[in-house]
Design a protein around this ligand. Structure first.
Ligand code: NFS
Ligand code: SF4
Length: 646
């Protein structure tokens, strides 16, 4: 059968082949369910369905412009929007909290199997937060830092300490707009209070709290998650690996790790590398064990260990449909409840591991506890035992796999730009000021069964590097680029515009930088902050020629991320809309009015080429304001420039 129909739904041939196989195997995927859900409710889509109290549900129409309580379209849309930001913020922050608790346990010897892996990252973070570290034992420092981080969640009267890592001017903007968050937990509880029946009805006040809540994510929970992950598991440095379904082995035991929290995947990585476990796999007739990731857990272990990526969000079912997966281990977030149904058609076992995230049909196993590595080994052995149940007649692993380079933490970028002892963003700032690089764009977020998977993000990424824009990526967007070959430095360099290419070649960074998982969007803010501190591109995040894009987003987490980018002064382009259009004032504020408060707002642009044009215009406008929009210098990047860059 022609793959062409499937290529309307997905961009990469491996996924198309698996969609075709799914049809042959009579396995339902999210793509069919998307068709079944085609006529989605217009009230839901425009954000004007309210079911916050049980006089409702109320739906706003021209004939019924108010809910039973009298709430209008703006109130309803703003309340719904705020609750979405709460969902996203909570996901990132709870993930961060789990890691902080683990850090505390590791520092007190209560978490065997975990330890402080990157003492340099620990001491750096301690200094950032004003925790005494000089001449102190690493565990003591970690304990104090963990307690400080826990107070970021519980603080009732003061504000988040992490906010102080932002440029001064931005802190002033937050102060003036009244959006400085107290502790994360307080902000979230307050959001739920304010959006319940009969409390906050002024859409402006509700949206203000949505931005406050999002700041508790980007400059709170998510940032803390990234910092603590680096301390416990090591700060990422550039690493080569591979992506797409072809990373699965024909004759290896294939174990997929899917979800978000790195604690479990770290011990599984250790367990799968254990010689005795490898022997066990050989004895079972396999040539070895292939561990590969899906979604952001994939990004976490890719960044730190070079573990290959089997796929992004929309490939989670397709990976099982290869028929070659012995076990899929899931933790939290973005794991479809359909996985056990898909797995039932093959021999794959789905194992859930987080007590807060159970799925009917999945086997639940706790890996934490006294000896996590031992239980992880047992899990891997269980997958090995399942190898004999693989039905060769049902196996079809696509050949497609693309090499990639990932692992660009801010520290790593700094090091590449300036060298270990003089690590600095200077060469990047200079390149922007000299108009070799037009600006920096973060392309982030999910893919979405309502859009052709990975298409928008790939087209946009290619177009932007062509136009001399340095692209930073995280999450499933980064995996999309990996599959398209854009995380191969030589491929991206060949497509990059001249200025960008020369700079990248001189300093040795690729034009598309994979910075990690979705919580690592905090790294994008960190990079933008470093650029401000380096000097020459204004004194606020809003003045840096930078734009954020969420091309194919679907998760509430992406809404929270978008909001904290905007509140941080970075314009955000959305490839598909928020559900707020029914509240006209809400829509107008998010897509315009917010700029008066934050110097940035959202822009809905559903076509990637239009988005590229808009981004170039936005970057040029910022460059004009900075007075750096001289014509690009004609001279080639010569030896003196190269020396200056290093
Ligand atoms: Ni981000 Fe990562 Fe992917 Fe979207 Fe889900 S895995 S946390 S939410 S779908 S990028
Ligand atoms: Fe309807 Fe108001 Fe209740 Fe919402 S809060 S369901 S608009 S009565």
């Amino acid at each position: 059968m022609e793959n062409i129909v499937y290529l309307n739904r997905v961009s990469d041939p491996a996924s198309a082949a698996m969609l075709e196989k799914a049809e042959g195997d009579c396995v339902e995927t999210c793509f069919e369910r998307a068709d079944a859900q085609k006529n989605q409710c217009s009230f839901g889509k425009s954000g004007v369905c309210c079911r916050i109290c049980h006089m409702g549900p109320c739906r706003i129409t021209p004939k019924a412009p108010k809910g039973i309580c009298g709430a209008d379209a703006d109130t309803i849309a703003a309340r719904n929007f705020l609750r979405e930001v709460v969902g996203g913020t909570s996901a990132h922050s709870d993930h961060g909290r789990h890691l902080v608790l683990l850090l505390k346990e590791a520092a007190t010897g209560k978490a065997p199997g975990y330890r402080i892996k990157d003492e340099r990252a620990l001491r750096y973070a301690a200094r950032l937060y004003g925790v005494e570290e000089y001449d102190r034992d690493a565990d003591d420092v970690a304990l104090d830092l963990a307690d400080l981080f826990l107070r970021e969640f519980s603080e009732q009267e003061g504000y988040l300490r992490t906010l102080e890592l932002a440029p001064k001017k931005r802190m002033g903007v937050w102060e003036a707009a009244g959006v400085k968050p107290h502790g994360i937990d307080r902000v979230v509880v307050e959001a739920m209070h304010r959006s319940t029946m009969g409390v906050d009805h002024d859409y402006r006040n509700l949206l203000k709290h949505a931005f406050t809540t999002s700041l508790a994510d980007g400059w709170g929970g998510a940032r803390i998650a990234s910092i603590v992950s680096d301390i416990l598991f090591g700060s990422p440095t550039p690493v080569a690996s591979q992506s797409n379904l072809g990373v699965l082995g024909e004759d290896t035991v294939n174990i997929l790790i899917h979800g978000h929290e790195p604690a479990l995947s770290e011990v599984l990585t250790v367990a799968a590398a254990d010689p005795a476990v490898k022997e066990y796999a050989k004895a079972a007739g396999a040539s070895g064990i292939t561990l590969a990731g899906i979604c952001c857990t994939a990004n976490e272990i890719l960044m730190r260990h070079g573990v290959p990526v089997a796929g992004n969000f929309l490939q989670q079912e397709l990976a099982i449909i290869t028929g070659a997966v012995e076990m899929m281990v899931i933790d939290v977030q973005c794991c479809m409840p359909s996985l056990p149904d898909v797995a039932a058609n093959y021999h794959t076992e789905i194992v859930s591991t987080a007590d807060i995230a159970k799925t009917i049909g999945a086997r639940h196993v706790r890996v934490e506890g006294r000896d996590p590595v031992r239980s992880a080994k047992e899990l891997v052995k269980r997958a090995i035992d399942n190898y004999k149940n693989r039905d060769a007649s049902k196996v079809n692993i696509p050949k497609n796999k693309e090499p990639l380079v990932a692992g660009f933490s801010v520290d790593a970028i700094k090091y590449m730009l300036g060298g270990r002892y003089r690590g600095s963003f200077r060469p990047l700032n200079d390149a922007v000021m000299q108009n070799r690089i037009l600006g920096v764009v973060g392309i982030v977020g999910c893919n979405n069964a309502k859009m052709k998977a990975d298409s928008y993000q790939t087209i946009l990424t290619q177009e932007l590097i062509k136009r001399n824009v340095l692209v930073l990526q995280t999450g499933c967007a980064a995996i999309a680029s990996a599959k398209a070959g854009l995380l191969r430095p030589e491929v991206a360099l060949a497509q990059a515009g001249r200025g960008l290419r020369e700079v990248c070649e001189a300093v040795g960074i690729p034009p598309v930088l994979h910075m990690g998982s979705c919580v690592d969007n905090s790294r994008v803010l960190e990079a933008a902050t470093e650029i401000v501190f380096e000097g020459g591109l204004g004194d606020d995040l809003a003045s840096v020629p930078a734009v954020g894009v969420a091309p194919e987003w679907m998760s509430e987490k992406a809404i929270a991320i978008g909001c904290y980018f905007v509140a941080s002064g970075i314009d955000v382009i959305l490839g598909n809309p928020f559900y707020v259009s029914g509240g006209r004032n809400v829509y107008d504020y998010l897509h315009g009015g917010a700029a008066e408060d934050f110097g940035a707002c959202f822009h809905l642009i559903e076509d990637p080429m239009e988005a590229a044009d808009a981004i170039v215009a936005m970057l040029n406008k910022q460059r004009d304001v900075l007075g750096i929009n001289k014509k690009a210098e004609r001279k080639l990047f010569d030896m003196a420039d190269r020396r200056a860059a290093h």
